[in-house]
Design a protein around this ligand. Structure first.
Ligand code: GLY
Length: 400
């Protein structure tokens, strides 16, 4: 049955700014060549069990081990994308060493007591299974999905974010919009194991996200808290955004992409419609160069951008467009918008202008209000930038 929620569908304004964009495929090939040259350089510094940090200092990623946080999978994802683009065996070797690293992390329960296992294990272990049929990677990814499934709160129908003493009261359970990108590990696990329970958990979670995190105008809250005893919603907030009434750009991006991918697994048209409405909200709140501010409340041309929100949004637009029929006029708008944004990023937002950087995409924001890495590189921004170009240049089997 189709999921129905009454949400306003704002048509995209001024569509000609996207539709007039002229595609030059060679520009994108050149950009991919630049990215691969950076990944090659980075792989000298980050190999086997040494991963780039989540964000940069003075435009440089530092080295970190794979035992905490949510971001190490993005480097694995970049390695597998580089392998798929170049066929160079050296990337396959590094990617396979990452499977061992993520196995160790899962077996040792190192930094996995959170909801972000999709970011970690889809890119490090589902990817090599899909690309090379790596059975060990498949087993590790299923193990991670099973571990993630333990966070499912059946009485509420959500994947719980996890304990946050002093922030989330003990009698409350919280989900965050970011988890819209983690549930696909569960959908995938059902597909490969034949066990429907992971699918049901993921689908219920996304329906709850649509029901409670989505406002009527298709903007999003980041956190929704439920009372564990009554199952009632007790709070809705936007922790990483500007205010509890605004839409944090990266949260909106996680949701656009997450709902479009959820349609791919469920074929529930309601999920696709939600992705469409959120995409329209997003596209109507961009500065003139179409690269989003860190919160969608900021649309002026000198606002602080967040490229690490723009890139998952681009992947989401491309995924959404892929699922729409050619007769749907939004299909071309999303595709052209994504391509235009990629072109702008390649021209104005990369480290081509600061070659000493060991990363790719400038001007990301981690947590503006906490004054944490404002205007830095974020490894997930680099990953989604590479994924977006891969989507544009090749028929690509997603890792999610
Ligand atoms: N998932 C954490 C973030 O997007 O900052």
């Amino acid at each position: 049955m189709e999921f129905i929620k009454n949400v306003i569908n704002e048509p995209v304004n001024n569509v000609q700014r996207f539709l007039d964009f002229k595609i030059n495929k060679q520009d994108f090939i050149n950009e991919m060549d630049f990215i691969i040259s950076k990944i090659e350089e980075m792989s000298e510094e980050f190999s086997d069990d040494v991963f780039p940090s989540a964000v940069t200092m003075k435009n440089k990623y530092s080295q970190e081990f794979n035992g905490g946080g949510w971001t190490q999978g993005f480097w694995s994802g970049m390695i597998w994308l580089a392998y798929e683009w170049t066929d160079d065996e050296k990337y396959k070797k590094i990617g396979e060493s990452h499977v061992q690293s993520f196995k160790k992390r899962l077996d040792g329960r190192l930094g996995i007591d959170h909801h972000d296992l999709g970011f970690l294990y889809s890119l490090s272990c589902v990817a090599p299974y899909k690309i090379n049929g790596n059975e060990e990677a498949k087993k590790v990814a299923i193990g991670a999905a099973d571990y993630l499934s333990r966070r499912y709160v059946k009485s509420i129908g959500i994947i719980d974010r996890g304990k946050r003493p002093g922030i989330i009261p003990d009698d409350e359970s919280q989900f965050i919009i970011d988890c819209s990108m983690n549930v696909h590990l569960l959908f995938w696990a059902s597909e490969v194991t034949g066990n429907p329970k992971y699918y049901q958990m993921a689908y219920e979670h996304m329906k709850q996200a649509a029901e409670h995190a989505l406002r009527e105008d298709a903007s999003t809250f980041q956190e929704v808290n439920f009372n564990k005893n009554t199952g009632k919603v007790v709070a809705k907030t936007v922790g990483q955004g500007y205010s509890d009434t605004s839409s944090w750009a990266r949260g909106q991006a996680w949701a656009i992409y997450g709902f479009a991918l959820t349609y791919g697994y469920t074929k529930d048209k309601g999920m696709l419609e939600i992705a469409r409405k959120m995409a329209n909200y997003y596209l109507n709140r961009l500065p003139d160069d179409d690269i989003c501010g860190w919160d969608l409340v900021f649309t002026e041309n000198d606002c602080q951008r967040d490229t690490s929100a723009a890139t998952p949004a681009i992947c989401g637009l491309l995924e959404l467009s892929k699922h729409l029929p050619v007769s749907d006029s939004d299909k071309m708008i999303y595709e052209k918008a994504a391509l235009k944004m990629l072109k702008t990023l390649s021209k104005h937002y990369t480290t081509k202008k600061i070659p000493h950087s060991n990363g790719i995409l400038l001007h990301g924001v981690y947590a503006y209000k906490r004054n944490t890495n404002i205007d830095d590189l974020c490894i997930w921004g680099d990953y989604f930038y590479t994924e977006a170009l891969m989507r544009v240049l090749k028929v690509w089997n997603k890792y999610w």
